[in-house]
Design a protein around this ligand. Sequence first.
Ligand code: ATP
Ligand code: MG
Length: 446
Amino acid sequence: MALITKAIKGTNDVLPSEVHKNQYIEAICISAAENFGYKEMRTPVFEHTELFQRGVGDTTDVVQKEMYTFDDKGGRSITLRPEGTAGAARAFLENGLSNGALPLKICYLTSCYRYEKPQAGRLREFHQFGVECFGASSPLADAEIISLANQIFSELGVKDLHLEINSIGCPECRAQYHKALKEYFSQYKDRLCGTCQERLERNPIRLLDCKSPEDKEIAKDAPEILDYLCDDCREHFEKVKSYLNAMNIEYTVNPRIVRGLDYYTKTVFEFIADSIGAQGTVCGGGRYDGLIEELGGAKTPSLGFGMGLERLQLVMDAQGCDYPAPAVPDLFIAAIGDKAKLAAVELAKDMREEGFSAVYDLNERSIRAQMKYADKLGAKYSVVIGDDEVEKNKAVLKNMSTGEENEVDLTTFVSAFYSVSMDEQLKDLEINGESIDFKALFGLGE
Ligand code: ATP
Ligand code: MG
């Protein structure tokens, strides 16, 4: 019984009183991405399990421990997406987008699913804003996606994030590095966690990403990738840094950042907050030159990032960032009597067609109760319509916060509403100490 009214652990409801925050963050993400030339793409919430095993990598925590995988009724193994890149890459290949204009720059807002231990900033269903740039090998692209994330944070007014970057090289230089890592970690093999003992053979760089305290301690003195970069990777990294410098984007180089996913090459980065505890990485991304080939496509150097929207909101709340006020009705129409109700539905329709929000009481309560309801909704204006108003074709438009009243004609209500609400909005506006007659300016005078 209790299960019916209990959400699954690690999931969140977004209530109507809070949703304006999500809508605001999402709108800023999408519009900033559009300003950088990224177009939205939408892909399914589930994919064949093999896609993630291949595309995320089967030595990662995500694939080894965190996926929601099940057999559907047809006996196929299905996985709820744990991240957005693999699905986007699959869609890129399947829909022939790789034959179109490259680079292809896409973005998305998606839910992601990971079976993790729920805690602050770590959910089982969470949401990401992500971007992917398919078919771009230049360091210009690395700097561009970093600056896009940076732009989003600055538009949202998020301040206490720092950017950490690293290069994890290409398969060539990483081979040397893997050898050095293997040598180093082999000395401590017996003290490593079980997963890392296996990783030592298959993908030693993953050891640097282990969350176990003992392994972390051992990893402290491990060799650093930056000492093993080939000339090409080194030059690429230097150029990324020079573009970031040119844009005045501050960063620190952190050779410990390797990212959780297997397909990354060269640049990796994270935006980290100190204000929200251990789960401080708000955005992580980098280059994944090997992924598209891994999935059966032609060599297509690519890159992207994923931004955790719940964590972003935690940071914004911790920092006291402003959100725009939630939307309230422009007009509440209180109606009493059958004729008045007919007038109310007509009026609401006219108002809505002009782009105003207008509501009336769907429970046909007393005028007193209707006005109380209007107050609770926070309506900006109200109008009361009864038999008398219908008869005389006139009603009183009331500003709910100032109490100011204006008699208006019901037949020309919408334009009167426009004029009254405009007047009040513009009244307080002045430029260089002089009030401006905006109505005259725009030819809106009586
Ligand atoms: P972490 O080290 O925190 O586990 P990750 O390396 O697994 O992160 P990515 O796969 O890079 O994370 O995902 C990108 C972003 O998505 C993260 O930086 C974070 O903001 C967010 N994120 C990842 N996992 C979760 C989760 N379980 N709950 C909420 N947000 C998450
Ligand atoms: Mg993780």
